[in-house]
Write a protein that binds this ligand. Structure first.
Ligand code: ZN
Length: 305
C-alpha cells in the first residue's frame, strides 16, 4: 500500500512554469534539467516497485527532521521486520569511485550520494529506537538509467544498478511477510513528521510583470494557445481541452507563483493574456473555488476537500 504518493516537487513545478513564461538563466536551466531528470528516475523506480505487488507500506518523498538533521528519502518501504530506504539516482554516463569520492568521467566530482543515504539510515534507526520498535534498516542506492556505468565501486557498497534492480527487489520481497497494525502505526508516525516545506529548494526571484501571459497547454505547456468556442486549442501540439480545465490549471499556476495574491477574475483574466472572457473565468472559478465577498471586491478561495 502507498501511504504517501509522490508529488511533483514544488521547485520543479515552479521552474517548469517559469520556463514558459520568462527567460531562465543558465544555472536555473541546469537546475530545472537536474530536477526533471531526478524526478523521472523516481517515477521509473515507482513503476518497478508497483509492478512487484510487494505486501508492504510505501512512503514516497519523505522529508523529516530529527535533532537538527534533515533528510529527504526518495522511497521508504516498511515491511514486517525490516525498513528499506531507497535513494534513487538517474545519472547518465560513466562514473567512477576514487578515494571514496564519486567522479563523472573524465574528472568532475559529484556529491557522494552514499553520504545522504547513510544520514537517512541513521535518522530512521534513531526513530526506531526512540519509538521502541524492532526493525532492522537497510539502505540502498539505486541507479535506474540503462546508460549509467560505474567503475571501481566496492563490492560491499549498497549499490544497485539497473540490471540488478528486479532481482534485488524480489530478494527483498522474499525476506518479508505481511504487514501488521504495528507497521501501519509506525508508518503513520513517520508521515506525520513529513515537512511540507523543502529547505533544499532554491526558488528564483521573479516578478509578475516579467512573466509572459497566456493559458498553458495541458500537454506541452506551451502558451501558444487560443480559445475556440469552449475549448482551449494548442497551436504547438494541437491539443484541445475544455476551457474550464485550462482555467483551473492556470489558476493553480498563479496561486503557486504568487501565494500571497488573492485570486480574482481580473487577475486571472490578465494572467490568461486576456484570451478568455471574464464571464468564462468567473464560471470556471465558481466551479472549483469558494466565492468571498461580492461585486468588484469578490475573490476566490480553494474549496476545502
Ligand atoms: Zn500543446
Amino acid at each position: 500500500m502507498n501511504l504517501k504518493e509522490r508529488a511533483l516537487p514544488e521547485e520543479l513545478f515552479v521552474l517548469q512554469i517559469l520556463e514558459q513564461r520568462m527567460s531562465l538563466s543558465s544555472p536555473l536551466k541546469h537546475r530545472l534539467y537536474t530536477l526533471q531528470v531526478g524526478y523521472d528516475g523516481e517515477i521509473i523506480f515507482d513503476k518497478w516497485l508497483l509492478a512487484m505487488e510487494w505486501d508492504s507500506i510505501v512512503i514516497h518523498d519523505l522529508r523529516i527532521k530529527q535533532n537538527f538533521s534533515e533528510v529527504q528519502i526518495d522511497t521508504l518501504v516498511i515491511t514486517n521486520k525490516k525498513i528499506f530506504i531507497f535513494e534513487i539516482k538517474n545519472f547518465i554516463g560513466e562514473y567512477y569511485w576514487e578515494s571514496q569520492t564519486l567522479f563523472k568521467k573524465p574528472n568532475k566530482q559529484v556529491k557522494n550520494p552514499l553520504h545522504q543515504l547513510e544520514r537517512s539510515k541513521l535518522l530512521i534507526r534513531q526513530l526506531v529506537n526512540e519509538w521502541q520498535c524492532d526493525y532492522s534498516v537497510e539502505a540502498s542506492l539505486i541507479f535506474v538509467h540503462p546508460q549509467f556505468t560505474l567503475f571501481n565501486a566496492s563490492l560491499e557498497a549498497p549499490i544497485i544498478l539497473r540490471s540488478q534492480i528486479e532481482e534485488r527487489l524480489h530478494a527483498f520481497k522474499r525476506l518479508s511477510s505481511g504487514i501488521t497494525l504495528e507497521n501501519k502505526i509506525f508508518a503513520e508516525k513517520l508521515v506525520q513528521m513529513h515537512l511540507s516545506t523543502n529547505s533544499f529548494s532554491q526558488l528564483p526571484n521573479y516578478q509578475y510583470h516579467q512573466l509572459k501571459k497566456g493559458v498553458p497547454c495541458a500537454h506541452c505547456q506551451s502558451l501558444l494557445t487560443q480559445l475556440r468556442g469552449r475549448k482551449c486549442f494548442c497551436n504547438h501540439c494541437n491539443l484541445q481541452e475544455n476551457i474550464y480545465a485550462s482555467i483551473h490549471r492556470l489558476t493553480k499556476e498563479f496561486s503557486l507563483l504568487f501565494p500571497e495574491e488573492q485570486i480574482t477574475v481580473k487577475k486571472i483574466y490578465d494572467f490568461s493574456g486576456e484570451i478568455v472572457s471574464k464571464q468564462v473565468i468567473r464560471t470556471a472559478l465558481k466551479k472549483r473555488y469558494h466565492v468571498c465577498g461580492s461585486g468588484w471586491h469578490s475573490f476566490y478561495l480553494p474549496n476545502v476537500e
